[in-house]
Design a protein around this ligand. Structure first.
Ligand SMILES: NC(=O)c1ccc[n+]([C@@H]2O[C@H](COP(=O)([O-])OP(=O)(O)OC[C@H]3O[C@@H](n4cnc5c(N)ncnc54)[C@H](OP(=O)(O)O)[C@@H]3O)[C@@H](O)[C@H]2O)c1
Length: 425
């Protein structure tokens, strides 16, 4: 590219920071790209708003989709968000007009990525979305470029900083989920509507993208099994610590077809368990490289703009990558793991009546599903003649665990059961 003219749609947290860097660091970024990078056009909802950078001389479009048809634009940067609506309309229009697209929009890529990558290939342009997964960590570049020659046995990570902040605060202070969520909202770590974060949807969008690149699949959000952190209790976090574990919301894709987001028990000495606060981390198990991990800020203006700018530099410098690591025609349909073949350890807490024979009945049910107990803690609550039975169970398959948990929960002496948390060793 002799010159690279850039348009940005969306001038919020990420867009305004990206624009500011393009203007204030134009010469150093242009040197890295080997061509001159110039921001020429912008769009957002409120035209008169101060965005913290000099907008004079830039073309303003009220309708973001109009950026796609400006003659002096080579790269359209989509930073509005939303899987449908103007973000999708602009991205399709820009690619159709033969312009490269850079976006941080994980929801749009998880749900429409293959169609957009196909359009980009047909038009001979690129669609880049490094910033959509783990913010400032170059999680996709590590996988797609750095580990291109590897067989990936698993990619897993802490992909949502809000959940990690909430879980680590619960762990440190012993407070319940609702309390810590409220505080996270006041501190700006959680949105007013926290659904996408705490219910695991945001992490699942990111895992869909990692899974597609790791295994050469068509991204398939629907194949994921998704559980958020709303039912992680202060009791389970405390018992986890007593047993030498920490609970983290982990997105995990494996070569066996596992693709799930769920709160899991991790040994406290493991790399991911040590990640606290709003950080993200990604852990790759691959051959021949063995293991790689990367930790860093997964959101925020600076870290996310860092990844957006890196994509802009790649495109301007002519560094080409296939969006999902291969031409679209070579991507396969995602396989779904067989519940009967995927095994792991489990943690289960039962609140039971403190009666003779209850423990024996519980272990009999587990035995009937071929499940054995690795560790057991029994805590008696004298005040109401109840007891907590806390168990770490040896490796078993998902289907057996689900059947045993169901049978246990229907016992008359069992008042309640925790979720059967996966224990990763
Ligand atoms: N924030 C992060 O840390 C982070 C991290 C990774 C990825 N991302 C992704 O980056 C994208 C942007 O996130 P953000 O946090 O920067 O969002 P944001 O602060 O809410 O900004 C959204 C921007 O889009 C503009 N916009 C929304 N609808 C529009 C429309 N119909 N027409 C024109 N402009 C419109 C808004 O205009 P007004 O300002 O005029 O309202 C605003 O400038 C999202 O896809 C998000 O998932 C964000």
């Amino acid at each position: 590219m002799e010159k690279c003219h850039i348009a940005i749609a969306g001038l919020g947290v990420v867009g305004a920071e990206t624009a500011r860097h393009l203007i204030e660091k134009q010469s150093i970024l242009s040197e890295k790209a080997g061509t001159s990078l110039t921001l020429t056009a912008i769009s957002a909802r409120a035209k008169g708003k101060d965005r913290g950078f000099d907008m004079s001389g830039l073309t303003w479009c009220d309708n973001p989709v109009d950026l796609a048809n400006l003659a002096d634009v080579d790269v359209v940067v989509e930073l509005m968000g939303g899987s449908e609506g103007p973000a999708l309309a602009l991205t399709k229009a820009a690619l159709s007009a033969g312009k490269h697209v850079v976006t941080a929009n994980k929801a749009m890529i998880a749900l429409h990525g293959v169609e957009l990558a196909q359009l980009a290939e047909e038009k001979g342009v690129q669609i880049c979305f490094e910033s959509s997964v783990a913010g400032g960590i170059p999680a996709l570049k590590i996988l797609r470029e750095g580990l291109a020659a590897n067989d990936i046995s698993s990619v897993s990570g802490i992909l949502n900083g809000t959940c990690n902040y909430i879980l680590s605060e619960m762990e440190e202070t012993g407070r319940p989920f609702d309390d810590v969520l409220k505080e996270a909202q006041e501190l700006g770590y959680a949105e007013a509507d926290p659904t996408f974060d705490v219910d695991g949807i945001d992490a699942a969008h990111k895992l869909t993208i990692l899974d597609a690149i790791a295994y050469g699949n068509v991204p398939d959000f629907d194949k994921l099994s998704i559980t958020g952190i709303r039912d992680v209790s202060a009791e389970d976090i405390s018992f986890a610590a007593e047993l030498g574990y920490r609970i983290r919301l982990i997105g995990r894709a494996t070569s066996e077809g596992v693709a799930c987001v769920e709160p899991v028990f991790l040994p406290e000495a493991s790399a991911l368990a040590k990640v606290t606060g709003p950080l993200n981390a990604v852990y790759y198990e691959a051959s021949p490289v063995n293991t790689i991990s990367a930790t860093g800020p997964g959101a925020g203006a600076g870290p996310t703009a860092s990844a957006v700018l890196a994509d802009i530099i790649d495109v301007a410098a002519g560094r080409h990558s296939f969006a999902f690591g291969k031409p679209v025609a070579l991507l396969s349909k995602a396989t779904v793991s067989d519940e009967a073949l995927v095994t792991s350890g489990y943690y289960l807490r039962l609140e039971v009546a403190d009666e003779k024979g209850v423990l024996a009945a519980v272990t009999d049910i587990l035995k009937s599903h071929d499940i054995s107990v690795e560790t057991l803690i029994q805590k008696i609550h004298e005040e109401d003649k109840s007891a907590s039975l806390v168990m770490v169970l040896h490796e078993t398959d998902q289907a057996s665990m689900a059947a045993a948990a169901l049978q246990l929960s229907s016992m008359s002496d069992v008042h309640s059961t925790s979720r059967a948390f996966t224990v990763l060793r």
